[in-house]
Every structure is written in C-alpha cells, then in structure tokens.
Design a protein around this ligand. Structure first.
Ligand code: COA
Length: 308
C-alpha cells in the first residue's frame, strides 16, 4: 500500500516533530518544527504536507514560494517512494505559483539551513537523481560559548565602553521602538531582515540589540531571528556612515553573551564577511551547504487550432 499525501495539520505537530527528530541527522529540525512547517516567511505561509502510511505520519514537507523548506521521511518508511511523492507535491506547489525554478531549504526569513549540509551526501545525491543541480554554497560558523574568553560579559562591557567613547550607546532594543527600527532596516538593508528582526525582538528577552547615537540607530544585531530557540546569530548591519567604529563587534558580542545564558554554542548563519567574524571570535568550525535547484519541466508549446 502506498503512502497518501495530504495536508499536515496542527494536530499532527507531535508526530511531525518525531519524524524530523529521527530523520534529520544534520539539522535541529525537530526543535523548530512549528516555525519550519507552519510559520510564515516574508513571502507568506507555507503549504505543509504529511505522508501517511496506515494513518501514521511517516514523512513531512513544507514548501513556500519557490522553496522546499523542509523534507523528511522516517528511516523505516524510506525506499518506497514516499520522499519522491512529497517532493513532487512541493514542486507542484512551486510550479502552481508560476515560479520556473525550485530551490531547497535556503528560504530568506525562514530557513532550517541555508542549503543542504554538504555532509548530507545521501540527500544531495537523492536530489541529484531528481534533476537538482548545485548552484551555490553558503556557510555557517559555529561558535563555542562555554568558557570562551571572547564571549564574556566583561568583553561585551569593554567593547561597549569603546563605542561609548565614540558617542554610541550599545543596548538591547525595546519593543515599542521595533516598528521604527524595522522601517529603518527596511530602507537601509531590505530583504528578509526586517522580518527576522521582528521575530528576534518579539521573543523574551528581546533578541535585538542596537547602537544608537544622537537618538538615531546606527547599527543593529539580532539573535534567534530565524530558527527561534536555537540561539543562532543574525541578521546584523551597520549603516555605511557608521562603519569602522567597532559597532558590529560590540553588538555581536552583546548578542552572543545573551545566547550563552541558555546555549553551549551559536551558529552565525549564512555568513557574509567571514574575516570580520574570525577577527572578533578567532578560529571556528564551519558548516557548508549546497544550494540545489531544479528548473520547471518545459511545457510543450501548443498552437491554437487556427494556427496548426
Ligand atoms: C531524502 C529522503 C527524503 C528520501 O526519502 P525516501 O522516502 O527514501 O525517498 P524515495 O523512496 O522516494 O526514494 C528513495 C529510493 O527508493 C526508490 N523506490 C523504491 N520504491 C519506490 C517507489 N514505489 N516509488 C518511487 N521510488 C521508489 C527510489 O527509486 C529511490 O531510489 P533512487 O534515489 O536511486 O531513485 C530521506 O532519505 C530523508 O528523509 N532524508 C533525511 C532528511 C533530510 O536530510 N532532508 C533534507 C533536509 S530537510
């Protein structure tokens, strides 16, 4: 008997979490199951799918916009076409949205990881056999927070003092200024960042920090803006006219000290300036991810009857 594919509902969350915990060896998918399967991104809400065998959830997937956000099948149910059926259903959702290319995982604003972990050879090969090609790579840096002399309240205070000497205050943001900061970030940086800082700021305690001078926000940094609850760092940005003053480093350490209260490590996700992070934090482990895409199958052009 083949699996049936239908909508994953809120009542399935526990079962879905169990599938993710068992199936996803490379990502902490179960801990962020609700955000990945049902949570919005700047592009809207995903379609969440369940594969059921004999009524039990054996596979889950979510697709949003042009991305397959997550896809997993319990090991005992593998090799029977369940993953292929879920992937095909995700692709149908993407093609129905008039996108011509589907990508796996790296959905701005709501990503389990910025691509498939390069160590996840089996899944990369499996996607390859289904027409997916590697287009790009992204990196996360993993920072150890236990007994790390570079991530201590003393260093955070020292860096904040240095900024204060240059006229900047480093502080945690307040909820009542979130709208203004978000609009400012939207104009200065755009993309998914306003969405992510809102997710970071609306947790307790607020995961958004700012550098302020003369009542204006000059830089910001956030943690738990994506994968809320995992303690990941990002996004962060300093407005061009305030760069080179140590604001980024002071905000990075302020965020990581916050994360260290509840986590043993943090991931700096989808990094841009690797040198900046290495200067601030020293040697770190790197995780690398493949961005995999597949183009929509070509539709045969059909001429209207009068032109045949
Ligand atoms: C990748 C993954 C989803 C595949 O799930 P699956 O259910 O085993 O997938 P399928 O059964 O469709 O495909 C597996 C093999 O079984 C074969 N198969 C067996 N019976 C089949 C059937 N009745 N219909 C179709 N395929 C069948 C397929 O041909 C395929 O072999 P191939 O890749 O050489 O063509 C699963 O391995 C998984 O959950 N991996 C970990 C999760 C993960 O890393 N996800 C990415 C991040 S979210």
């Amino acid at each position: 008997m083949g699996a049936t594919i239908d909508a994953l509902t809120a009542e399935d969350l526990l079962a879905a979490r169990a599938v993710l915990a068992e199936a996803c060896r490379f990502d902490r998918a179960a801990e962020v199951a609700e955000e990945k399967l049902f949570g919005p991104s700047p592009h809207g809400h995903p379609v969440a799918l369940a594969a059921r065998l004999g009524g039990a959830v054996v596979g889950v997937a979510a697709a949003c916009c042009d991305r397959v956000r997550v896809l997993a099948v319990a090991t005992a149910a593998r090799g029977r076409g369940v993953g292929s059926a879920l992937l095909a259903a995700c692709e149908q959702h993407v093609w129905a949205g008039a996108h011509r290319r589907v990508r796996v995982l790296d959905e701005p604003g709501n990503y389990l990881a910025p691509g498939v972990d390069l160590d996840n050879h089996e899944t990369i090969a499996w996607l390859g056999r289904r027409g997916y090609v590697r287009r790009d790579e992204h990196e996360n840096l993993v920072v150890d927070l236990i007994d790390n002399p570079r991530v201590s309240p003393a260093r955070a205070a020292e860096l904040a003092d240095g900024c204060a000497a240059r006229g900047y205050t480093i502080r945690r943001a307040c909820l009542d200024e979130l709208e203004a900061i978000s609009a400012h970030v939207s104009i200065g940086f755009g993309g998914a960042w306003p969405f992510e800082i809102e997710r970071a700021a609306t947790r307790a305690p607020c995961g958004l920090f700012v550098a302020e001078r003369d009542g204006r926000v000059a830089a910001f940094a956030a943690h738990d803006g994506n994968n809320r609850g995992l303690g990941w760092f990002g996004p962060a940005g300093t407005w061009p006219e305030h760069r080179g003053q140590g604001l980024g480093e002071a905000l990075l350490i302020a965020c990581l000290v916050d994360v260290a209260a509840t986590h043993a490590r943090s991931e700096i996700a989808w990094i841009g300036p690797r040198e900046f992070y290495q200067r601030a934090l020293g040697p770190m482990t790197t995780r690398r991810f493949a961005v995999l895409t597949r183009d929509a199958p070509h539709r045969r052009a059909t001429l209207p009857p009068a032109m045949r």
